[in-house]
Structures are given as C-alpha cells and as structure tokens.
Design a binder for this molecule. Sequence first.
Ligand code: URA
Ligand code: SF4
Length: 278
Amino acid sequence: MAGSAAHRAVLQRRTPDSHRPQPPSPPHRRLPAVFSRRPSATRRTHPLIRAVGAPAVGYAHPMTAGAEQYLPATRGLPALRAAAATCRGCGLYENATQTVFGVGRRSAPLMLVGEQPGDREDRQGRPFVGPAGGLLARALDDAGISAEQTYQTNAVKHFKFTRTSGARRIHQKPGRTEVVACRPWLIAEIDAVHPRLVVALGATAAQALLGPSFRVSAHRGETLELSGDLGTRRRPRLLATVHPAAVLRDRSGDRDKAYRLFVEDLRRARDILSSPPV
Ligand code: URA
Ligand code: SF4
C-alpha cells in the first residue's frame, strides 16, 4: 500500500493514572502501568515510536497490493461497504464467502474492532454473530454499553481459514501483510464513523492501529490516542483489551476472572464515553 511510512502510530498515554477512574484493586491493575515505570530513555526509544509496519508492500503480491486502490471516491459507510464487497487487496477474498464489513450507526461513539470474521460471520456477512460475538454482547451489556452505541468491525474483512479433511474450516490468524493490506478500510471506517473511542479487541486489532510491537498484556485498559500519522482525519482515543474469543478459550484456568477483567475494560470504555470531551 502507498506511503506506509505515513502510517506510523505513536502511542501516547492520554490520561494520567491518577485521573483515571480506578475500580477497587482489580487483579491486573496491581502492577503499575508500564509507561509510568519506564525510565525516560526507554520511553523515547519505545518501538511504538517507529510503529505500524512498513514492510508489507514488499511482501504483498503485486496484483493485490492492499485495499487502498479499491477505496471509493465518496467515503460514506454505504459507499465503503459496497466497494469493500469487491476488494481484492490481498489473497483472502479468494476462499472466503464474502467481505464482512462493519455494522452499526454512522455516528456511534464507540467503535469495536475485532480480528477478522469467523466461520459464522463469513456465512452471514455480519461481524460478531458467532460464539465470540455472543460473549461480546453479554460483556457489553454487563458493562452498561448498549449495542446501539457501537459500530462493530474487524481489522481484516475476510475470513482466513484452513480446511480439515472434513468440511470444517479452522480459523487462521491473519498475517501482518493481510492486516496492513486491509487497514485502509479500517481507517476509512474510523473517518466515516468518527467515534469518540476505538476499542481494539485483541492483539491483531491493537497492532493494526498501534504497530506490531504493541502488547495488549502490557497496556490493556489504558487510555491511548491514535497518532495522526495513521492517516485518520480525526484522532479518537483508543483502548486495547483482549479478544472475546480469548475469554471463551481462556487458558488461565479461571474463565470467570478473565470475563470479569474483560468487562472491567469495557466499563473503562464506558467511563471514557461518559466523560466530557477534551
Ligand atoms: N471474531 C472477530 O474478531 N470478529 C468477528 O467478527 C467474529 C469473531
Ligand atoms: Fe480486501 Fe481486506 Fe479482504 Fe484482503 S481481507 S481482500 S484487503 S477486504
């Protein structure tokens, strides 16, 4: 895609910890925020400063070098959705059923960004209609966020999978090349919806917006801000948390706790939405 250097994102902590509403010592908050612990020399050289990956252009197939060339002249959601349906910006369109574009209100204050559509989403053409979507819907409800407040989309708009010997399609994580190839759609969605807050669900979404060295485990729940370098016209705040599928497949042995922490991050998102604009 064009001008990758212009797609760097700089991580900035938006709110000092002392000003952020703190729930009563949640387990993952016992550690101080990574940035507040870092000596300033480390901070200056933090890898996110050179963030969102340049190399993708070199790896992409020349005939499918990113979604940029498929973007329509008018950038409203209906035009974007229609154009995305015929995107060939990477190889994933070949085996998937259809493009799964975002859904939700044009001016939703909260944009939720997942990884990519799953099997059900691929068949139905809508994001978050499968098991992870069910958990997300419940968690939003428990966090006091109504679905009408949200625009829901994914970092990558086509389902990537492998087939078992039977008919089952097994989810495959999208690669950096695909994430970068598909990012123009996400940037266009951010511009069209201009949410107050983007919540990145999991590493793929977070790294699409903050660069490949971003670690959700180190920064989940923090209030960040998109850098203007990403190419969006506005710079919404951003909060990264885990992917709802990671809560479903929890490996810590305490799924209830994983769910509680997820809801807690979404409550922070709700608090950001209800705080006065800065
Ligand atoms: N997981 C995602 O990341 N997105 C979806 O739309 C569904 C499951
Ligand atoms: Fe286009 Fe994204 Fe689909 Fe690739 S995954 S073909 S870039 S819409």
